[in-house]
Every structure is written in structure tokens, then in C-alpha cells.
Ligand binder design. Sequence first.
Ligand code: LHQ
Length: 273
Amino acid sequence: MAQSPISMMTTPTSFETILFDIAEGVATITLNRPDRLNALTTSISQEMLAALKTCARDDMVRCVVITGAGRAFSAGQDLAEFAQVDDDFSVADHLRHGYHRLVLAMHQLEKPILAAVNGVAAGAGLGLALAADMRIASDKASFVTAFIGIGLAPDSGVSWHLQRLIGPARAFELLATGRKVGAEEALRLGLVNQVVPAESLEETVNGLARQLAQGPTRGIGLTKRTLNKAADMTLAQALEYEAQIQEIALRTRDHQEGVLAFLEKRPPKFEGR
Ligand code: LHQ
């Protein structure tokens, strides 16, 4: 099938539209087109995907933070880039080659992902925030589904994540009206885990990320896998799946260390193995 130039994915060798940094077990991906509110281009999607692959491969990475440079988290699809597509452009292929890979990479990464939502998250930018395992929002953050504003239905996993987080009726309201939700309302709805003053967002997220990065990474990854699977299972299936996963968790070094540390009345020193 013919691909539009904006749909073609190649692995970049250096990053131009994101910042990527690894320190103390925490990888931070910063969407970095602040003058465009970190609107998502093919380039930013490719670079994010490459960074997420590094996060999956590198055992030193034990927690991932995704955030935006400047005053926005991300305004979603770059509509200027989108306006330039040619006649044989397929939006479905664009989604498959870009956002699907990103959202699935986040979902499948068996390491915790925190979205530090520093400002507006709209459209596919909201999709990325929702695909994280937790969202810590600045009091200046806001959430806009945005799709309906340009006559579109949800994509980038928003239909799947949003109704699971806030329920189908609220998800419908936000998708059908495009109403902007502020940080405090997002907290009440269960869209975010925590709201903090803008000036302490970085410190709060880094503190939590470092705490998670010092945790039993395999156990956390298996927890994520179990929750993901349970979302589509019957109770009986989920019980059986938990039992199988526990067999794996029980064989990790960090489980042994956790029990030993408890018995020796000292804090555990988890190595992520
Ligand atoms: C932007 C954008 C933007 C380019 C602000 N693009 N420049 C998938 C597949 C295919 C097709 C379509 O979509 C999708 C998935 C999606 O993501 S659909 C949803 C796409 N996103 C939107 O429709 C959101 C559009 N933006 C807005 O509604 C507002 O900008 C928000 C609510 C995000 C922020 O509003 P303000 O804080 O008032 O900022 P602003 O509107 O003044 O924007 C600042 C600048 O950023 C401005 O440029 P300028 O040159 O005037 O300073 C905007 O044009 C630019 N910008 N979003 N998505």
C-alpha cells in the first residue's frame, strides 16, 4: 500500500524534536517544539518511538518520564503538517505507522511511564498522556480531546483509555463537546493522579520517578502487564493469569531481596532483576 511521506517511519540517528536524557535510572523524553505547543509531526513521533525502544532495551532505564518543553504538553497532530498531505494520503496508515506504534510501545513497555503534564494536552497529545501509567499535572495543565473541533472521531487510543479512566458517559461528553478540562477537574474525574503547583512539577515527578526507578522493576513491569491483561478478562481468567505471573515474579532476585530485607529489618536494595 502506498505510504504518504508523512507516514514513513525510519529510525533517526540523532534527535531534533525531542530531548532525551537518562539519569539515575530515569529516562526523560521531552517533546521539544515549544513554539508549536509541541504539536506532533512525523519526526517527533519517530524520535519518540526510537527513544522508547532505547528505554525498553536499556536495563539502566527503570522509569520513563514524558513531558513537554514550554507552556504545553502537546497540542496533538501538527495541523500545518497535516494540511500539506497529498491526494493519496491515508489517515488510517498515518495513524498505524505513527501513533499506534507509539501508544502500543508505551502500553507494552514493562517499566513505569509517568506523564508530567505541564500544560495543555490535546488530541493525539492527550492520547500520549493517557497512554502513560500515571499522570502528574501542573495546576496550569488542561485537557482537550480536540478531535471534534476539527470534525474527527477519537484516535491514538483515546477512545480506549479515556472511558476506562473516567467512564463512558464522561468520555462521551468530553469527546462530543471538546470542552477543555482544567487540572483540578481532571483530578476529580480521575484523569490525573495528582495536581501540583507548576513550579514544583519537575521536582515532584523526578522524586516519584527516582522512587519507582529504585523499585523492583520486574515486579512493577509484571504489575503493568497484569493490569493490561485483566482489562479484557473475566475474573476467573484474571485470577489464573495472576497466578501464572506470580510464578515469574517469585523467581526474581528483587523478590528474594524484598523478603530477606523484611526479615533482616532493613530497607530493600532492589536491582531491577
Ligand atoms: C498548532 C497546533 C497544532 C499546529 C497549536 N498544530 N500548530 C491524527 C491524524 C490525522 C489528522 C488529524 O489528527 C490526528 C490526531 C489529533 O491530534 S486531532 C487534534 C489536533 N489538535 C488540535 O486540533 C488542537 C489545535 N490547537 C488548539 O486547539 C489550541 O492551540 C490549544 C487548545 C491546544 C491551545 O490553545 P492556546 O493556548 O490558546 O494556544 P494557541 O491556539 O494560540 O496556539 C499557539 C500556537 O501554536 C499557534 O501558533 P501562532 O503562530 O499563532 O503562535 C497555533 O497555531 C500553534 N498550534 N496547536 N495542533
